[in-house]
Design a protein around this ligand. Structure first.
Ligand code: 3SK
Length: 515
């Protein structure tokens, strides 16, 4: 039978008589599984009509509205490869990606058009999505409004017959250095992540309502908001705007989601919000998950006591599509990333690829069937990352005596201080456990003798002050020494109002090193 992912994730529910179930809602519109099937058939037909054939790429530069799943699944239905990308990228990066993947068209949220227009110069077809699905005349001849584009496609467009191993979509992974890399994922990987993490850790059920503050263009958000709910015929609430704490709390109160996907920075900001309380405003919240970077223990514990729900912290990667190590509902150890998700294997290796002993830091490598096929046109990088069945993550981890994995930092961010490895993350975690600290980022800086020592950038909580003046820095240094060891304390502490982050909330330490 056809292993095109759209058959299992979308059409199956209609065939089983569940077409009337709600699949997606955004602030303006909602979509049942039947509506989704019809709209994606139109989208596939419209691509065909526009002469965009099998395996061509189309870039999705979309906010989270119901046009996102229509374009993503419509392309997959046609055998065309959707490439969702981050809506916050600079015009230069968008131009690079559009060229790199040789996009045949772009589907773009209309509010982004003006700023990103120079990146789209060479495209023949631009499909503009207005947030509320309404119509405004397009600016030029090659630009079509989303509904007008859909109308050009016959709803009888056939679904491309695809094996599970055919590339279905790409994501772009932006490391701390170098140009973003096109990560090519196959149809079968979507189902694998849904049947492993989605079913066994998130524990998603047909009656769930999911809300992912992490956006659908990111692998974490894509699983949370699109594939996991669709794997069981559940529904998703989409928030097109930036997930500020106030916007998130509004969604929680309005839609009462049962599941919530966030990232540590957002959980920290929500905890600092005066309106945070039981269920974070939802009367039905039953499970929260976190990824993107390691969740400091203190944030998990405070969330548990204020909101009344645990946060299951895990780690995934764009290359592995979703989370492969995680805490789970019956096995939570705050401060750790948990243990391998059933279906995945993980090990830690030293620089000679030998297994590290328990407690010894090394690179995390992982095996599981959702690994990407490779990077597009980046052979050397593909060979470093995808070695046989194992994917090298570039993250430094230790496994403790009880088998729990603990994040130490990116491989290239670990600090050797006085001959001993220091994890920037461990120092950051110690700092945020101080009541005055909201967030922190730690990098290595050379002292007057040219030796590397930790330096911290710190955002203070509202109301926290250096009072009496000059006392807070020594207090924070003493706190870190006491918690994690005297040699690990930050020799310099700089108070800042914000930290450089990726769109998904990961601290960009390399940008702090440039300051
Ligand atoms: O950063 C993560 O932990 C993550 C999780 C799921 C999917 C993708 C990523 C990068």
């Amino acid at each position: 039978h056809n292993q095109n992912a759209v058959a299992w994730f979308a059409d199956r529910h209609v065939a089983e008589g569940n077409g009337a179930r709600l699949a997606f809602q955004d602030p303006w519109r909602s979509l049942t599984y039947q509506d989704l099937q019809t709209a994606t058939c139109h989208f596939a037909g419209a691509l065909r009509q526009a002469g965009i054939g099998r395996e061509r790429r189309i870039v999705l530069l979309l906010h989270d509205t119901i046009d996102f799943p229509i374009a993503f699944w419509g392309a997959i239905r046609a055998g065309v490869v959707p490439v969702p990308i981050n809506t916050l990228l600079t015009v230069e990066t968008v131009a690079y990606i559009v060229r790199d993947c040789r996009a045949a068209a772009v589907v773009i949220s209309a509010p982004l058009l003006a700023a990103l227009a120079p990146a789209l110069d060479d495209l023949r077809l631009v499909i503009a999505s207005l947030p509320d699905g309404s119509g405004v005349m397009p600016a030029d001849a090659r630009t079509l409004l989303f509904p007008d584009f859909l109308a050009t496609g016959s709803p009888d467009a056939p679904t491309a017959i695809a094996p599970a191993d055919e590339v279905a979509f790409w994501l772009y992974s932006s490391g701390s250095t170098g140009a973003p890399k096109g990560v090519r994922h196959v149809h079968g990987s979507l189902r694998f992540t849904a049947e492993t993490y989605g079913a066994q850790v998130l524990g998603i059920r047909p009656d769930d309502v999911m809300f992912s503050a992490a956006k659908a263009f990111h692998a974490y958000g894509l699983g949370n908001a699109l594939t996991f709910p669709m794997s069981v015929g559940a529904s998703t609430v989409l928030l097109p705007d930036r997930p500020t704490p106030d916007a998130v709390l509004d969604v929680m109160r309005q839609y009462n989601p049962t599941l919530f996907g966030g990232i540590p920075t957002l959980y920290a900001a929500l905890l600092a919000n005066p309106h945070i309380g039981p269920g974070a405003g939802s009367t039905r919240l039953r499970r929260c998950i976190s990824a993107g970077e390691a969740l400091p223990a203190d944030i998990g514990q405070r969330w548990r006591s204020l909101v009344g729900v645990d946060i299951l912290d895990g780690i995934g990667s764009t290359e592995m599509l979703h989370i492969f190590i995680s805490n789970s509902a019956d096995d939570i150890r705050y401060g750790s990333t948990g243990r391998p998700v059933p279906g995945y294997e993980a090990r830690i290796v030293d620089e000679h690829d030998r297994p590290a002993r328990n407690g010894e830091a090394g690179e995390l490598v992982v095996r599981g069937d959702s690994a990407a096929e490779g990077y597009w046109n980046q052979r050397a990088k593909s060979r470093r990352t995808f070695q046989g069945e194992w994917t090298y993550t570039g993250d430094t981890y230790i496994r403790d005596e009880d088998g729990y994995f603990r994040f130490q930092g990116r491989r290239d961010e670990m600090l050797k201080v006085s001959g001993v490895w220091v994890s920037p993350f461990e120092v950051e975690e110690a700092l945020v456990s101080h009541p005055a600290v909201l967030e922190s980022a730690v990098i290595g800086r050379r002292d007057e003798d040219g030796l590397i020592k930790p330096k911290a950038f710190v955002i203070l909580r509202d109301g926290a002050r250096d009072e009496p003046p000059g006392t807070l820095i020594p207090a924070l240094q003493a706190h870190v020494k006491e918690r994690i060891g005297v040699w690990k304390y930050p020799r310099w502490i700089e108070f800042v109002d914000s930290l450089p982050k990726t769109a998904t909330g990961k601290i960009q330490r390399f940008r702090l090193r440039e300051v």
